[in-house]
Design a protein around this ligand. Structure first.
Ligand code: BES
Ligand code: MN
Ligand code: MN
Length: 495
């Protein structure tokens, strides 16, 4: 699918008129025409918000096939917005799952190319009853951390809001003749379910996606007054386990005590996966785990963090985790194993005396760089099967996974991002490893041979994946302001 220029007053228009006017008048026109990013945002912020709100109204829940039509519709809306933002080519690429939107504007083959990645799919909103306002009816409300207001909706921060900052930054750069390099966009609709079709697309389209740096806003920053650049993501191995005992549900009086109860067995097996120091007990699990040097850990400890605020925000009296590591280390540089869901037996109203035939759990393991997710999945499977007591059958089904990622802080991309934050926050951003995962990032490096810069503008308190997800209006606009600076510095540093 191709598109024509949609901006009425851009450089092409100026160049056309230039033939008829003197150089002095031309510079004058250009001056009037060129707006800086701050005044552009000031003038267009209402539109920027209304457009994002429209995007957030569409429930693009990739995990739930009931929302298939909405998810496809979201892809169309994103494609349209990229055309309007000045991309010359916009394609909706069909896959076996949800479409990938590819767009670009190539201004000069000799200039560097930035590839922007984001996702338009969102997590399911459940438990829906815990939302203060419906997840797909966005509202702007002030909060303690966002006195200027925050947009409450599923996907506000992860990732529609952050992805759309790039579309609006692009609109600014093309319409104000301030695009300094080539841009490619690749926006997918299956990030929240493992990016399986994107992986295939990337492998098959290396030439088309070739770039000098990949830019992503799908992470967070330390605080509004403490900008940070995400330098690491954890890997992931996600599995489902099934324990089967007797061939049918049994009366817990007649059979209780005489046959293995799959729920008792499953919970015991799960409990044994951590020792008294909260180390994971799977043999070989820590084999390739990178141990950070004392200096690196000291550097990490310098990032501002209040344990008191952390506990208060979560209503917990104490933190919990692997012995020998701080909270910030536990949630970024250390691997973990967590049950994400567990079910079986009778969970309805009242009591039912029953020994269930089966019990189930979904388990995620967050991995650090150098741990191979496929290998970890095999280690888990072998270990979990080996600890099953007699009298039950165990089945382990791998779901999806991906490698972790670390990015150096001496690359041109990192330096450009650092300068961009200095322009708009007046502070040097802090490099910070995140605990979350965007598994496709390591595949980008492998297939496209380029580094990814993670410029996230969300806050930990934005409740991504939780009820009442939100994104600060200030953060949204600050992102739009910072992105063009990145392009400018990246182009200059690439020379
Ligand atoms: N945007 C998040 C990942 C993230 C959030 C990284 C905040 C760092 C800081 C992404 O959409 C996500 O939710 N990823 C999943 C993994 C995916 C395979 C489902 C995750 O981390 O659970
Ligand atoms: Mn995301
Ligand atoms: Mn997510």
């Amino acid at each position: 699918m191709r598109c024509k220029y949609t901006n009425s007053f851009n450089i092409q228009t100026i160049l056309f008129y230039k033939k008829f006017i003197t150089f002095r008048t031309f510079t004058k026109i250009q001056k009037i025409a060129m707006q800086n990013i701050q005044s552009y945002i000031q003038e267009h912020k209402d539109k920027f918000l209304t457009e994002l709100i429209e995007l957030l109204k569409i429930p693009s829940i990739s995990a739930d096939s009931a929302y298939k039509k909405d998810t496809i519709k979201t892809a169309d809306v994103v494609a349209k917005s990229l055309k309007e933002a000045g991309c010359d080519v916009v394609e909706i690429c069909e896959t076996k799952g949800y479409p990938i939107i590819y767009a670009h504007k190539i201004i000069d083959k000799n200039l560097p190319t930035v590839l922007v990645y984001g996702h338009y799919d969102v997590q399911p909103p459940d438990p829906i009853e815990l939302w203060d306002s419906p997840p797909f009816e966005p509202v702007i409300k002030p909060t303690d951390l966002h006195p200027d207001g925050a947009i409450f909706a599923r996907g506000a921060c992860d990732d529609k809001g952050q992805m759309y900052m790039h579309v609006k930054a692009m609109e600014f750069m093309t319409s104000q003749n301030q695009l300094p390099c080539n841009v490619k966009f690749m926006i997918e609709g299956e990030e929240e379910v493992g990016s399986v079709n994107l992986a295939k697309y990337v492998k098959e389209n290396q030439e088309k996606l070739s770039n000098d740096v990949i830019l992503i806003s799908d992470t967070g920053m330390i605080a509004k007054d403490t900008p940070s650049i995400t330098t690491g993501l954890r890997g992931l191995s996600y599995v489902e386990v099934e324990v089967t005992g007797p061939n049918r549900d049994l009366h817990s009086g007649l059979y209780g005590g005489a046959v293995a109860n799959p729920i008792n067995v499953l919970t015991k097996m799960i409990a044994s996966l951590h020792d008294e120091n909260n180390h994971i007990t799977i043999p070989g699990f820590y084999n390739n785990v990178e141990e950070l040097s004392t200096e690196e850990r000291a550097q990490m400890a310098k990032a501002p963090f209040s344990l008191e605020n952390y506990k208060n925000a979560l209503d917990i009296e104490s933190v919990y985790g692997e012995a020998g590591y701080t909270t910030n280390e536990r949630n970024s540089i250390r691997p973990t194993l967590d049950v994400n869901g567990i079910w079986g037996g009778y969970t309805g109203e009242g009591a039912k005396t029953v020994i269930a035939s089966q019990a189930f759990a979904k388990i995620s393991m967050r991995l650090v760089p150098n741990q191979d997710w496929k290998n970890i999945t095999t280690l888990f499977k072998n270990h979990f099967e080996s600890i099953a007591p007699k009298g039950v059958k165990v089945k382990v089904t791998p779901h999806h996974g991906g490698q972790g990622y670390v990015t150096p802080i001496d690359s041109i991309g990192y330096k450009a991002a650092s300068k961009a934050y200095q322009d708009t926050f007046g502070k040097i951003p802090i490099p910070q490893r995140s605990g979350g995962s965007i598994p496709i990032v390591s595949l980008f490096e492998k297939e496209l041979k380029s580094k990814t810069i993670l410029m996230g503008f969300g806050l930990d308190s934005d409740a991504i994946h939780s009820p009442n997800e939100h994104f600060g209006v200030w953060n949204y606009l600050k992102g739009i302001e910072t992105i063009p600076s990145f392009y400018k510095h990246f182009t200059a540093l690439s020379k």
